[in-house]
Write a protein of this length. Sequence first.
Length: 359
Amino acid sequence: MTASLFQPEFAYASAPQRVVFGPGAEGRVAAELAALNCTRALVLTTPQQENVGRKLLATLGNLSAGHFAGATMHTPVDVTETALLALHAMRADCLVAIGGGSTTGLSKALALRTGLPQIVIPTSFAGSEATPILGQTEAGKKTTLSDPRVRPTVILYDVALVRTLPPHLVVSSGMNAIAHAVEGLYARDRNPISSLMALEGIRALASALPNLASGTGQDRDWGEALYGAWLCGTVLGQVGMALHHKLCHALGGGFNLPHAETHAVILPHAVAYTETAVPDLLRPVAQIFGTATAHQGLSDFARQIGAPISLAALGLTAADLPRALDLATANPYWNPRPITRDALAPLLARALAGDAAQP
Ligand code: NAD
């Protein structure tokens, strides 16, 4: 019999957020706006998904205030300020973001500055829609804050809108979501509910991603992956993250490496490093993948679905490693196994080369 997730001491706080799964998300926005007493929606997208935003605008009719199609990775503050001017000029009273984590990031940055409600329609598995966390970039530096005003009010999940996600992002964005859940399992402030959601989130993504990666995914698989992403994102929003997220933050912010792909490469290495300190907490992950250890399961899974496995392929070079180590060890996050420069150096060298993860 497997043990329950009971802990003798814990604190749990849930936050209000309306979450709807099902087809026809675009058609649901008008009713959600009415429920929020809003009449002028500003639609947000990236330039790459401008056509998706235009389609949504057309369905909103006179409930639409306009469209800003400039969302950018890592939420640059100058982009937010340009969008803020547009928002005021359009007299918008609600934000409607349709896209991946970058578009959700812009919506959150605008909500922080205006207090407007947000309806988010996610089209990737980043999970940002479920968190009160916002990372913003200014003068080449990324800073992160957590604020209840940033948490989206409504999330609408619809498989029809995620199906267009490019194949390389399907797998790396899925690994990004799994990373939130894995780190949630050994967070200092974890609780039985966050662990329950983390394991169910990993199970859902472990079940759905192989079919999506091989191109045989059906609606059920896309929906199951979105369900997993929501659960993993909820864990990210509830408990603290550790070494894995610190490394990805350092590499993404310091070297402009692509967000989801960096998570995919680092995860087995960060878990191998940490697992020796918390083998019991990670055993359920090994069980999900049917392997002796969690890091082996995550490594095998990443290779099976064709996720990127080397930082070199993402553009990092051996000459970057000393600065990467500086960034990763400056103001280190708490981690079950303490983070030291000497121990991290071989981890990053293996991740750079795409070598197997080792404890
Ligand atoms: P992204 O939003 O930058 O999307 C990458 C590209 O794919 C963009 O051009 C986008 O328009 C396009 N795209 C997204 N969905 C698509 C679809 N279904 N069809 C076609 N094209 C699509 O990438 P991401 O990985 O979703 O998000 C990364 C960003 O999210 C980073 O800035 C990261 O910091 C942030 N993030 C924040 C949190 C948080 O809680 N604050 C959590 C996770 C990620």
